[in-house]
Design a protein around this ligand. Sequence first.
Ligand code: FE
Ligand code: FE
Ligand code: ZN
Length: 274
Amino acid sequence: MPYIGCHLSSTKGNYEMVKTAKKIGADTFAFFTRNPRGSRAKPVDEADCKRAMEALTEFGFGPLVAHGSYTMNLCTKDAEARTFAAQVLREDLERMQYLPGQFYNFHPGSHVGQGVETGIAQIADALKAALEPGYPVTVLLETMAGKGSEVGGRFEELKAIMDAVGSEDVGVCLDTCHVYDGGYDIVGDLDGVLAEFDRVIGLDRLKALHINDSKNPFASHKDRHECIGQGSLGLGFFEKLVTHPLLRDKPMILETPNELPGYAAEIALLRSKI
Ligand code: FE
Ligand code: FE
Ligand code: ZN
């Protein structure tokens, strides 16, 4: 069975998030490591992290999937801004050492006209430097919708970043809305897309999923999430996904337009299909 959870607000600390997740029937969750649209981060509360880790074990949770800030663009054109983004990544991984063994997912970046190869090289450089201290975290590159100059809309681009970094501590988080928007037909041929992922990257590197329906049709490159069963992917697809033998032990995170009661209902709905 996969672990199922949703994105939670981290304002009250990690332990509160674990309790909230438990309350709504989740056994994993995601949270922003800092202000999602900025770069401010609260100081790490080590005691809170420790209590959260104990609760994760006690409740039998799967790995958490922390999310880097949306504004962190490791391949932005301006060198100073790029250095700042790389610094944010380093600090985020340093902070993750207080939640050992959890995942840290981020959007690879947008090359803003520099070209995808330059983007890949810049992302890999920053990632290499951030992984250098060897904190106990696996970093996940998120599959993107290919909106604008986003890097990571193709499996080959993620693979190129991973090859350039050359670390076992880099995996992939597959976002269902993004890959469908990006032109991978997971609705028509989920097995075929997973086989393609395996051929290009290797399924052993698939560590987590973001499970979102999409407001837009196939290959639209738009990236607008929809509630489960109300978009172009449809409930039948998610039923296939949560029962797929190759995805059995993965954390699956809802990032659908919901508040807590809506998330609780979606988690219950998905569990009812398993
Ligand atoms: Fe994301
Ligand atoms: Fe996502
Ligand atoms: Zn998205």
